[in-house]
Design a protein around this ligand. Structure first.
Ligand code: ZN
Length: 533
């Protein structure tokens, strides 16, 4: 039996709010208690670690990632800090000089640039010559492409979303992106995935949900990601394959569900989220895009439910929510609510649900896989959502508190590379929502980023995602710092820091970003900062 005793810290365990020590044996939690109790085990444990006041908590689950494109942004050209179109061109030019194959970049956001627009194709060509260049916008729903890359996807020209000079969107964008990603080598792809997983582990994440699909990655890409996640010293990778009706294929690929980025619509930033009322900043008026019908949604849910695997969709606008809800109702009529509940279907993003949508989702046991960092990036009365939708509608977005009150299970994710792998940032964003009425407590947010992700993946067993005896020893150790209990409105309530309340505290996020010292998956170390003895 391999055993490890941690003592002298703070252990985040609901059963024992004052725990300071934890024993791990054979990949599972064997005991939790205080230092006095730990002395019983210290003689027999193979190793004993003095935590020196560090904080031990369940490792995070990121319920929505794209490993390859995240990794390519880590290993490729990062345009996220760019301040103007001219600045972008200068960085692209120097990266193109250093690139032999296709140049991949990500993260530009023209909304705050003085030019108010991204570089044109002609400007891009002038600085990269005949290099194939693919540069996705921060929301990944549109991209700039050089002429050399466009030539690799000749059919894109006749597709929806094509532009001779500007960014490509929708179908044209997908064809050009496919061409770019198939131009990277297998080695480039694997090292990108490895880089993304290593970064996840260094931020206390021990499990990611890879949202793959034919329009966003490839079968080979998903197989590689699952293989990497099967290595014991890597974060776990749970795969989703987002393709209509592809239930058998999802199963063959080893995916947990025919779910994830199965697109009902696009994104608000790219004006492709499906709305019931037109965008506020478009003339002629537009309701965005709808890629699936309610009948198609229903058919997919029925097929997946019958096969016993999860179905799910990417749904952002209120129009897309309507489509999904009516599809779910049809599926419910066909199979009954109990069948749908046991399949535990899931929806990605779900930024504009109505109260009645939330009631339906709670009733059918559908998990909402949401991204609090979206609100931090684009919410508020002067943010991108307000520009696209008007202040009134923007204030309704990402209603986390109403979602929890309705009984919907929340799972948090980053949608990396759309926002960074930053789980504490997501906890902070959810507990300090731009609309105070939508904020949830840090504790609820932390649960959504740990146990919520396990539930979203139908991870059964002994309470995965919490520290409890018998559960997998999957946890992270965080550098010592102030701990607190934070109420939904941001108040630190006097009662809850009273030991008698029995509420275990979390890191005080106003005191700075917690620093990860170690991440452990099923008893195996997947990240070590070197700070623990
Ligand atoms: Zn996604």
């Amino acid at each position: 039996m391999t055993s490890l005793l941690l003592r002298g810290g703070h252990v985040y365990a609901a059963q024992d709010p004052f725990a300071t020590a934890m024993l791990v044996a054979d990949g599972r939690i064997a005991w939790i208690g205080d230092d006095e109790g730990a002395s019983v085990y210290s003689a027999d444990a193979e190793s004993v670690i003095d935590l020196r006041g560090a904080f031990v908590a369940p490792a995070f689950v990121d319920a929505h990632v794209h490993l390859t494109s995240t990794g390519l942004t880590l290993t490729g050209l990062d345009l996220s800090g760019v301040v103007s179109a001219g600045d972008a061109l200068a960085r692209i030019a120097s990266a193109a000089q250093a690139t032999s194959g296709v140049l991949i970049g990500h993260g530009w956001d023209e909304s705050a640039w003085p030019e108010g627009r991204p570089p044109s194709r002609v400007e891009l060509d002038a600085c990269v010559g005949d290099t194939a260049v693919y540069l996705s916008r921060v929301d990944v729903h549109s991209a700039l492409a050089s002429s050399a890359l466009r030539a690799l996807a000749p059919t894109a020209r006749s597709q929806d979303g094509w532009s001779e000079e500007g960014p490509l969107a929708r179908a044209a964008h997908h064809l050009v992106r496919d061409a770019a990603f198939s131009a990277i080598t297998d080695e480039q792809r694997r090292s990108a995935q490895r880089a993304a997983l290593a970064t996840a582990a260094s931020r206390g994440i021990a499990s990611v949900h890879e949202n793959a699909g034919p329009t966003i990655s490839s079968e080979l890409d998903l197989r590689d990601a699952l293989q990497l996640g099967a290595e014991p010293d890597m974060p776990e990778v749970i795969g989703y394959w987002g393709s209509l009706g592809a239930v058998e294929l999802a199963r063959d690929l080893g995916a947990r569900g025919a779910a994830g980025d199965l697109f009902v619509d696009g994104s608000i930033g790219s004006h492709t989220a499906c709305l019931t009322r037109p965008y506020s900043d478009l003339d002629p008026p537009s309701l965005g895009a709808a890629y699936l019908t309610a009948d198609e949604v229903a058919g997919h849910v029925v097929e997946a439910t019958r096969a016993g695997i999860q179905a799910g969709f990417h749904v952002i606008g209120d129009g897309a929510s309507h489509i999904v809800m009516s599809g779910l109702s049809q599926a419910c009529d066909a199979l009954g609510a109990a069948a749908l509940r046991s399949a535990r279907h899931r929806l990605e993003h779900l930024e504009m649900p109505s109260a009645s949508h939330l009631a339906t989702l709670a009733d059918l046991g559908v998990v909402a896989s949401v991204q609090p960092a979206f609100d931090a990036a684009w919410g508020g009365d002067s943010g991108m959502y307000a520009t696209r939708l008007g202040v009134e509608r923007a204030r309704q977005l990402n209603p986390f508190a109403p979602m929890l009150r309705a009984g919907v299970v929340l799972a948090f994710g980053s949608d990396a590379p759309v926002t960074p792998l930053d789980p504490w940032g997501s906890v902070r964003a959810a507990s300090r929502h731009t609309q105070p009425g939508h904020s949830i407590s840090s504790r609820a947010a932390f649960a959504a980023h740990t146990r919520g992700g396990r539930r979203a993946a139908r991870d059964e067993g002994v309470q995965p995602g919490v520290l409890i005896v018998g559960a997998p020893a999957t946890f992270a150790v965080w550098a010592p710092g102030p701990l607190t209990v934070q109420a939904p409105d941001g108040r630190v309530s006097a009662w809850s820091t009273d030991p008698r309340s029995g509420t275990p505290p979390l890191p005080d996020l106003d005191a700075g970003q917690p620093v990860c010292w170690r991440t452990v998956r099923d008893g195996v170390m997947i990240y070590d900062s070197g700070d623990l003895p």
